[in-house]
Design a protein. Structure first.
Length: 145
């Protein structure tokens, strides 16, 4: 699931690779949201698994958020421009996540049900480990201070 996003090879470009990794994170959130909506019987188990996953990967998730915010700040001319740009990018990220959620929902009930029931295991496994799935991208990102 997250690996599907990583199927694109690392570009070696900071912004592009940061987008790939952050997109993988947003894809996991989109799956959880789709499951909560379409397969409510999995909500409790997925919620617990997601919270545990967020805790385990908290340092990486915080780093990604910091880097996205810093990139927006560097591209902004002043505080007013930063606030406007931050809102614009947060809106674009939310829209993209909503589109991913809709793609999950449109995949068909049986397919989504299988994904939702498997979400706790997915989050525990290598496909749920963003540092493994996006190792090459993270190497590029971390070269940039």
């Amino acid at each position: 699931m997250a690996a599907q996003v990583a199927a694109q090879k690392a570009s070696g470009d900071y912004a592009t690779d940061l987008g790939y990794v952050y997109g993988g994170y947003q894809r996991i959130i989109a799956l959880r949201e789709a499951c909560d909506e379409a397969v409510p019987a999995t909500r409790a188990a997925n919620g617990q698994a997601f919270l545990k996953w967020q805790t385990q990967h908290g340092e990486l998730l915080a780093e990604l958020k910091r880097r996205v915010t810093a990139m927006i700040r560097r591209a902004s001319s002043d505080e007013k421009d930063y606030a406007r740009s931050l809102g614009k990018y947060e809106g674009a990220i939310l829209l993209s996540r909503e589109e991913q959620k809709m793609a999950f929902l449109l995949a068909g009930h049986e397919v989504l049900q299988r994904q939702c029931r498997g979400m706790p295991e997915l989050l525990k496994g290598p496909e749920g480990d963003l540092s493994v799935v996006f190792a090459d991208e993270l190497e590029t990102i971390r070269k940039h201070k």
